[in-house]
Design a protein around this ligand. Sequence first.
Ligand SMILES: NC(=O)c1ccc[n+]([C@@H]2O[C@H](COP(=O)([O-])OP(=O)(O)OC[C@H]3O[C@@H](n4cnc5c(N)ncnc54)[C@H](OP(=O)(O)O)[C@@H]3O)[C@@H](O)[C@H]2O)c1
Length: 269
Amino acid sequence: MPSSQDFKSRYGPWALVTGAAWGLGTEYARQIGALGLNLVLLDIRADDLQRVAEEVRGKSGVEVRVVVTDLARIDFIETVRRETEGIEIGLLVSNAAYPPVGLFFDQSLEDKMRMIEVNCRAPLILVHEFGAKMLAHKRGGIIMMSSGSATQGVAYVASYAATKAYNLILAESLWDELRGSGVDVLAVMPGATRTTGFELSKPHLERSTLAPVNEPKPTVAEALRVLGKTPSWIPGRRNRWILTLAQRLLPRKQMIKLVGSNMRQWYGK
Ligand SMILES: NC(=O)c1ccc[n+]([C@@H]2O[C@H](COP(=O)([O-])OP(=O)(O)OC[C@H]3O[C@@H](n4cnc5c(N)ncnc54)[C@H](OP(=O)(O)O)[C@@H]3O)[C@@H](O)[C@H]2O)c1
């Protein structure tokens, strides 16, 4: 883990974490709070968000503000601006996502459009808003949650995987554009990770073991450790090894079929 002093001077005094009421977002809140940064936590789930805010305040003694809003709202950034007025966001963790699982033509167009709004439009606006301020201050960090599904087509999450590719490419491009500016950018590409959202998707894990299911705690610790060191990162040694090796050895067509076959086993009837 980075030292608290170093982390605060590079990414403090405040961090904004979206999707903080559950899963990886909650873990980001815990670990960033433990490193001494004050937090603005955003989510659509008011009660769970309050619970996380109280926990982090109690354990870390940092200041925590909550913003309850739907990132799909056309004007969500107005709410975020109001709640962050007068404070410097030195670290943005764009984590919230809408990840429905299902065959493309079984999903409604509304569902697909919501994925674009929550997974692409909202991160773009947040990066535009807070990245520009970081650049002006010549310091800061941006973590964009992508996914292992971002690097090839994936049956059962076709639209979602495409939105995660957007996050990956945006973050990697900004990593290069902002090199030397004092602002670090990182795309995180987890494989399956044991969060509430993942468990609610009800995968039949017993049918396939292509890659291990990771835990949120080490996933977030790795992301915070490699921020500023690399444009993108696959958490978990085994996941990193499997994905990197498969991409090098397999033709793209085979890779898409392999990942798709795993998804059919997890989510098919
Ligand atoms: N878990 C995995 O296996 C996995 C794998 C690869 C990548 N990722 C990525 O990691 C990130 C976190 O995933 P996770 O599994 O921790 O998610 P999660 O357990 O589903 O938690 C995400 C949180 O974000 C909230 N949220 C969703 N849409 C929102 C919106 N429109 N406005 C405000 N808040 C919203 C969710 O509320 P609701 O539940 O009410 O929607 C939930 O509280 C995502 O970007 C995901 O794509 C996860």
